[in-house]
Design a protein around this ligand. Sequence first.
Ligand SMILES: NC(=O)c1ccc[n+]([C@@H]2O[C@H](COP(=O)([O-])OP(=O)(O)OC[C@H]3O[C@@H](n4cnc5c(N)ncnc54)[C@H](OP(=O)(O)O)[C@@H]3O)[C@@H](O)[C@H]2O)c1
Length: 215
Amino acid sequence: MSRITVIGGTGYAGSAIVAEAAARGHQVTAFSRSAPDAPVQGVTYVQGDAADETALSEVVAGADVVVGALAPRGPLTGSYRDVYRTIGSLAAAQKAPLFIVGGFSSLRPAAGAPRFVTDLSHAPAEYHQEMITVAALVVDDLPATPETLDWVFVSPAGQFGSHSPGERRGEYRIGDDVAVQPDGGGAISGADYALGVVDLIEKGDRHRAHVNLAY
Ligand SMILES: NC(=O)c1ccc[n+]([C@@H]2O[C@H](COP(=O)([O-])OP(=O)(O)OC[C@H]3O[C@@H](n4cnc5c(N)ncnc54)[C@H](OP(=O)(O)O)[C@@H]3O)[C@@H](O)[C@H]2O)c1
């Protein structure tokens, strides 16, 4: 059993990770500004703003593992990368590995090929900034952190998201920074993405690594 703090634990990705981790007997704390509509039994929900370092440090304190499931939307649009810098520092001080819910566009179609984010002409313009911001974490920010931060950036399939929650199949494939399903991006349900993330947490065999999950 691990003590797992999920920052953004009431959102689409975060709530699936919270549910999966709690179902496996982990002690889970979910942090977000609002209380959830459907709380998971046994989970501790803490309300606060990720822009508030004191609030963040309180939920990271005592955690064995930290999961970041924030999205660069609304008030976090401009501060998302700074907030993750703070979360990374707090996790490193706590010696807790940090697992981040990433995006598909930071992946590559083939080994050594440019990442999808270098040509977003396939994606609706309204999502471009979000894709660029999330990708910047794994392209620039995380590799530049001190080695004391153990991070894993987990990109989902292209068709992952609240618009297509899908169902639990109990399966997924895992890749590194080359998309498991490059053509069309593939899919993965919220539940199976969470299954993969909690498997990664429990195995603990990836370090300062970019991985991706898809069917
Ligand atoms: N196919 C893809 O590549 C794909 C698709 C979807 C998502 N994603 C990525 O997955 C990640 C998560 O996305 P999502 O769709 O799960 O997001 P979401 O549903 O919007 O969830 C965001 C979570 O963060 C919390 N939050 C937002 N601002 C906060 C703040 N200032 N302080 C504390 N908590 C805050 C939200 O709760 P409150 O609002 O109550 O605070 C919520 O729990 C993002 O990085 C996104 O880019 C990738």
